[in-house]
Design a binder for this molecule. Structure first.
Ligand code: NAD
Length: 364
């Protein structure tokens, strides 16, 4: 179990008022009440093409409070998709937005909130954690911009583990490791705090413990609830802190080289942690405790690999010729990281992840 922090206590912790409802069936049983609680009468439900069924069920439950279902969510929120959704919301006279789905659907809801100021309710169906943050993202001509704005933070998050029962195992595993990455980087963030560390440790323990059960029986409601609970905690860590090298690497690999989001997180995380470990011993100790291991990077790689996740960046479509430019791009940007970021250091990390070598903790 956890132990109180032993070092000097010196931190700032900020949280925004966010209401969370967590219950099997909540997407249809709780969302109408949450819409009413915010005094909304004309909400637009947004989702992606594959999330239409769940979104329609929410819309049906909302009855007259719903003015339509917009199915235009796409990965990384292209500006055109955002503009279209804003148009639909305006034309329908919407007074709020309910995003049902993964990070892409919630991202579209955030884009609508950013442009219109409409309040957003999030009903997540993956473990991406976007629902717990005030971070928005928009992609124009292949370049993804992100920013923080309190107007995009969902006013309420409705977690319904039943919605995740049909999340395919490969996506469950990679989305789960995506969540673990938020908790891991929060542990060594410059704005970390004891509460964030507690949430991170519990989030990692819950998610890592649940994933093998989810993979063995994707329809197991207890395992699904535990995984979603972990995703909530990991997403809360993401919302409360500033991410480092790992998230920057995945952002570049996804944004510039077109690699898929959750899969990239899954392959890269063990290597970033091994790279940062010498400069973040306390974070590594927390992760090791939560994962019940002496070597957190290797344990994470084994966990994901044993559940069938991709192991190399080559498998995800990265070319060897991309390694050096990606490393240079990551090293050129500034963001907080416990270990100094150099192009050579990043190239070594990326090469190991490209080849799928065993992640090795080296001296900084
Ligand atoms: P996603 O939302 O693109 O979903 C992946 C696929 O799974 C989609 O085809 C979707 O339709 C399908 N899907 C979703 N839920 C399902 C379910 N329950 N059953 C079956 N299929 C389902 O992917 P994601 O990993 O959830 O989110 C990734 C996106 O979110 C990226 O664009 C990323 O940048 C963004 N994101 C943003 C933040 C933030 O704080 N702003 C945080 C995390 C991720």
């Amino acid at each position: 179990m956890t132990t109180p922090p032993s070092g000097p206590l010196d931190f700032t912790y900020e949280t925004r008022p966010a209401r969370v409802v967590f219950r099997p069936g909540a997407s249809v049983t709780a969302t109408p009440g949450e819409v009413a609680r915010l005094a909304l009468h004309r909400v637009l439900v947004v989702c992606g093409g594959r999330g239409t069924e769940a979104a329609r069920a929410v819309a049906d439950a909302l009855g007259d409070s719903c003015v339509g279902v917009h199915t235009g969510a796409r990965m990384h929120v292209p500006v055109e998709a955002a503009e279209e959704a804003v148009e639909v919301a305006r034309a329908a006279g919407a007074d709020g937005c309910v995003a049902v789905g993964g990070g892409s659907a919630i991202g579209l809801g955030k884009a609508v909130a950013l442009r219109t100021g409409l309040p957003l309710i999030a009903v997540p169906s993956t473990y991406s954690g976007s629902e717990m943050t005030s971070v928005w993202g928009l992609t124009a001509r292949g370049v993804k911009r992100t920013g923080r704005d309190s107007s995009v933070q969902p006013r309420c998050v409705v977690y319904d583990p039943d919605l995740t029962l049909g999340l395919p195992v490969p996506l469950s595993v990679t989305s789960g490791v995506n969540a673990l990455a938020h908790a891991a980087e929060a542990l060594y963030a410059p704005d970390a705090s004891p509460l964030v560390s507690l949430m991170a440790e519990e989030g990692v323990r819950a998610m890592a413990g649940a994933l093998p059960d989810v993979a063995a029986d994707p329809g197991d409601p207890r395992a699904r609830a535990r995984a979603l609970y972990g995703a909530w905690l990991c997403g809360s860590c993401l919302g409360a802190t500033t991410m480092g090298l790992h998230h920057k690497l995945c952002h570049v690999l996804g944004g510039t080289f077109g690699l898929p989001h959750a899969e990239t997180h899954t392959v890269v995380l063990p290597y970033t942690l091994a790279h940062n470990a010498p400069a973040a011993p306390e974070a590594m100790a927390v992760l090791a405790r939560a994962l019940e291991t002496a070597d957190a990077p290797r344990a994470l790689q084994q966990l994901a690999g044993s559940l069938g996740a991709p192991r190399t960046l080559a498998e995800l479509g990265l070319k060897e010729a991309h390694l050096a430019p990606a490393a240079a791009q990551v090293a050129a940007e500034s963001y907080p990281n416990p270990r100094e970021v150099t192009a050579n250091g990043v190239l070594g990390l990326l090469t190991a992840a490209y080849e799928g070598w065993e992640p090795r903790v080296e001296n900084a």
